[in-house]
Ligand binder design. Structure first.
Ligand code: PEP
Ligand code: MG
Length: 324
C-alpha cells in the first residue's frame, strides 16, 4: 500500500470537479519532518511545540527550544512550519508544573490563558521562535483562544519580544504570520472578528467538537455523543467557514477527525479547503480528495445537515458510495 501511495505522491490534491485542496501535515517532533517530502504535503500546518515541554523533567531552555525549531525549519527545507505555542494543561500536563486542582482541566488554565496570565513561559518560547526563524518567515499560532481580546493580549506579548530582540541587536524573521486556533465554540461564534486580527486560522476540531457537544474527547462513555458527523456540528462548522471566508483570512482544519474518510469528505462538503493531518493520513486523503465532487457533496450536505438525525454518517457514507 505504501508503494501505491508513494507512486501517487506527486498527484495534486484536486477534486473531481476541479477544486484545489491544500494539505499540510501535523507534527510535534523533529522526527516527523522527514515525512513532509514523502507525503507531498505543502508544509506543517500544526507543530505541537508542547511535546518538548512534556517529555522533559523541567522546562526546556530557550536554547533547547530554539534548536528544535531550527531543526524543524531546516528539515522542512523552505516549506512553511506553523509552530503552535505550547498548549499545556487540559489533557497535556507537565510533571514539573503546578496545574492546581482543577476538576475540569480541559476547560481550565491552558493554552492562551496560561500564556496571557503567566507570560514567563510564552515569552521565552516566542524569543526562541523569533531567533530560530531569523531571515525567514515565522508562522506562529496560538491555541485555545476563547475571547477576541486574548488575541490582542497575546499579540502584545509577541511585540514585546520583537522589541527585545531589536534592543539586543538580534536578527529577526523577515516576515511574521500570526494565526490562532478556533477550538472553542466561543471563538467559532466570533470567528469573523478574530479573523480580522490575524493572518490565518486553524480549526482544532478535536477540542471544538469536545466543547460543542460538552463531551470529553477522551471519555469512552460519551464517545457516541462526540460525533463530528452530527448535522448540527457540521452546519456549525459551515457557518464558521462561511463567516471567515467573508474576511479573506485563510482557514484550515487540523483536528484528527480526518482519520475517517467519511468525516473528511463531510468537512470538504461544508467548505473546508485546507487541512493539516498526521502524515499517515495524507495518502488516503489524497485519494479521497480526487474521488469527491465538491459541488454535489455540498448540495447533499446542505439538504441533509438540517435533518434531525443523530448522525449523518451512514447516509453520507451511502451517498459517497453511490457517487462512486
Ligand atoms: C485540536 O484540538 O483539534 C487540536 C488540533 O489540538 P490538540 O489536539 O493538540 O488539542
Ligand atoms: Mg486543541
Amino acid at each position: 500500500l505504501e508503494a501505491i501511495y508513494a507512486s501517487e505522491k506527486t498527484l495534486p490534491f484536486v477534486t473531481k470537479d476541479g477544486v484545489n485542496i491544500t494539505i499540510q501535515m501535523n507534527a510535534g517532533l523533529a522526527l516527523d519532518l522527514p515525512f513532509l517530502d514523502g507525503t507531498g504535503a505543502s508544509g506543517v500546518g500544526l507543530f505541537r511545540t508542547e511535546l518538548q515541554f512534556l517529555i522533559g523533567s523541567q522546562l526546556p531552555s530557550v536554547a533547547m527550544q530554539e534548536a528544535l525549531y531550527r531543526e524543524a525549519l531546516d528539515l522542512a527545507n523552505g516549506k512553511p512550519v506553523i509552530f503552535r505555542t505550547a498548549d499545556i494543561g487540559g489533557d497535556k500536563t507537565a510533571p514539573y508544573m503546578d496545574h492546581g486542582n482543577e476538576v475540569n482541566p480541559a476547560m481550565g488554565w491552558r493554552g492562551a490563558r496560561m500564556a496571557v496570565d503567566r507570560p514567563g513561559m510564552i515569552r521565552p518560547q516566542l524569543r526562541a521562535l523569533l531567533s530560530a526563524a531569523t531571515d525567514q518567515t515565522l508562522w506562529v499560532m496560538f491555541p485555545f483562544i476563547t475571547l477576541t481580546a486574548e488575541v490582542d493580549e497575546i499579540k502584545a506579548l509577541l511585540d514585546l519580544e520583537i522589541d527585545r530582540a531589536r534592543r539586543h541587536g538580534k536578527g529577526l524573521p523577515k516576515d511574521i504570520k500570526i494565526g490562532v486556533m478556533i477550538e472553542t465554540p466561543a471563538a467559532a461564534w466570533r470567528a469573523e472578528l478574530i479573523a480580522q486580527k490575524v493572518d490565518f486560522l486553524s480549526v482544532g476540531g478535536n477540542d471544538l467538537a469536545q466543547f460543542y457537544f460538552a463531551a470529553d474527547r477522551d471519555s469512552e462513555r460519551v464517545q457516541r455523543r462526540y460525533d463530528p458527523m452530527n448535522g448540527g456540528f457540521l452546519s456549525f462548522l459551515k457557518n464558521t467557514v462561511e463567516k471567515v471566508s467573508r474576511t479573506g483570512t485563510p482557514l484550515s482544519y487540523c483536528g484528527e477527525q480526518t482519520a475517517d474518510a467519511v468525516t473528511a469528505a463531510a468537512l470538504i462538503a461544508v467548505g473546508v479547503r485546507q487541512f493539516s493531518l498526521p502524515a499517515a493520513f495524507v495518502g488516503p486523503f489524497r485519494r479521497l480528495v480526487r474521488s469527491i465532487d465538491v459541488g454535489e457533496a455540498s448540495a447533499w450536505m446542505a439538504e441533509h445537515s438540517i435533518a434531525p438525525e443523530a448522525t449523518l454518517r451512514p447516509s453520507f457514507k451511502q451517498y459517497l458510495r453511490d457517487a462512486g
